[in-house]
Design a binder for this molecule. Structure first.
Ligand SMILES: Cc1cc2nc3c(=O)[nH]c(=O)nc-3n(C[C@H](O)[C@H](O)[C@H](O)COP(=O)(O)O)c2cc1C
Length: 180
């Protein structure tokens, strides 16, 4: 099972498109600020987003089953990931369900895909990203592939979600490969 987490960074649509592509077969955690950003940035309500998941967890619920390493999940994808959540994970802080599940992914050597959104990046965050990458997490910034000549934001979103699905081993047709 894939766990999708939407934290309080800009780009909530990335997590939403990912949920759509996983077709109801994902668990979902949304942070408090992410709920506000979903309503502010996207045409979706938080309830609509929650209905896209097989199961929804409260980010404050540190006694949820997935807060334990004994509960099996295949991967955690944090899309988008705030620099706060990213930095906490790198430091081993598990003070909410998203950061706790991330710490489990690291200790149990499960897949951890982090889609950080911020610009510019401070030395603090760059250092934390490097540390997480060295620990086995995949840092996948939501940057457009300009050479694919995206025409609209949906093209960029599909490309990024396609890259996430590539790493999950899920077939998709969200972007066409580069053709010289
Ligand atoms: C509209 C809005 C956009 C934000 N965008 C970002 C962002 O792109 N990157 C980021 O690191 N934080 C961003 N923040 C700040 C985070 O939401 C804030 O640091 C929060 O504490 C992150 O906690 P969370 O990861 O638990 O949601 C944004 C906040 C708001 C209200």
């Amino acid at each position: 099972m894939n766990v999708v987490a939407i934290s309080g960074a800009s780009g909530a649509i990335l997590g939403i498109r990912l949920l759509e592509e996983l077709r109801g077969e994902a668990y979902l955690i949304i942070s408090k600020n992410a709920e506000k950003i979903i309503e502010y940035e996207t045409g979706y309500s938080v309830d609509e987003v929650k209905r896209m998941a097989k199961r929804v967890y409260n980010n404050d619920d540190l006694s949820a089953d997935i807060a334990s390493g004994t509960t099996k999940f295949d991967s955690l994808i944090i899309a988008p990931c705030s620099t706060t959540t990213l930095s906490k994970i790198a430091c081993g802080i598990g003070d909410n369900l998203i950061t706790r599940v991330a710490s489990i992914a690291l200790k149990e050597r499960r897949k951890l895909i982090i889609v950080p959104r911020e610009t510019p990046l401070s030395p603090v965050v760059l250092k934390r990203m490097y540390e997480l990458s060295s620990m086995g997490a995949l840092i996948l910034p939501p940057e457009p592939a300009f050479y694919l000549k995206p025409k609209k934001i949906e093209d960029v979103v599909n490309y990024i979600v396609g890259k996430i699905l590539d790493h999950l081993g899920v077939e998709h047709e969200l972007y066409s490969p580069y053709e010289p």
